[in-house]
Design a protein around this ligand. Structure first.
Ligand code: RP5
Length: 163
């Protein structure tokens, strides 16, 4: 099975990014985690990305805050799908990172999740791998079914409580 690479621009992003890592791993998919920065370690980011496909990576998650060009810079060097997580890391509450990550010019797409949306980034990576993997698709469906059951139970409970 292909691995999911999880790249963050700084170790200060880890408290948010960890949820993407644990979400991917909870589906039994291996992760490869790195700190690479588009502006502090651009050569290392490029070298990793250019060889990612040959190294068994299927999807890359890239998280960064402030002027967050990491996901776009990574996407420039691979045709693997890249998922961007804009991190809330500045006085602008993550809007800066959201716009920097999501507003990619045509030709180099980055699938951007919500500000600090690490869990959805992990789930989207699994959904991409599940296109070719039936057992992953079944696990995803079963997780959704469990969530639905729990929400319906909460609905019953709240409905009773306020009668
Ligand atoms: C970005 O700048 C990183 O992704 C991080 O979100 C932000 C701040 O980095 P540090 O100054 O905390 O290392 O490149």
């Amino acid at each position: 099975m292909k691995k999911v690479a999880v790249i963050m621009g700084s170790d200060s992003d880890l408290k948010v990014v960890e949820k993407a890592i644990t979400t991917v791993q909870s589906y039994g998919v291996e992760t490869e985690v790195h700190i690479f920065s588009a502006h502090r370690t651009p050569a290392e980011a490029k070298e990793f990305t250019a060889s990612a496909r040959d190294n068994g990576i299927g999807v890359i998650i890239a998280a960064a805050g402030k002027a967050a060009h990491l996901a776009g810079a990574i996407a420039a060097n691979t045709t693997l799908p890249v998922i961007g997580i804009p991190i809330k890391a500045s006085a602008l509450e993550g809007i800066d990172a959201l716009l920097s990550t999501v507003q990619m010019p045509a030709g180099i797409p980055v699938a951007t999740v919500a500000i600090d949306g690490a869990e959805n980034a992990g789930l989207l990576a699994i959904q991409i791998l599940a296109v070719e993997d039936k057992s992953l698709a079944e696990k995803l469906q079963s997780a959704r079914d469990q969530k639905k059951t729990s929400i319906l139970e909460k609905d019953k409970e709240i409905n009773q409580r306020y009668k």
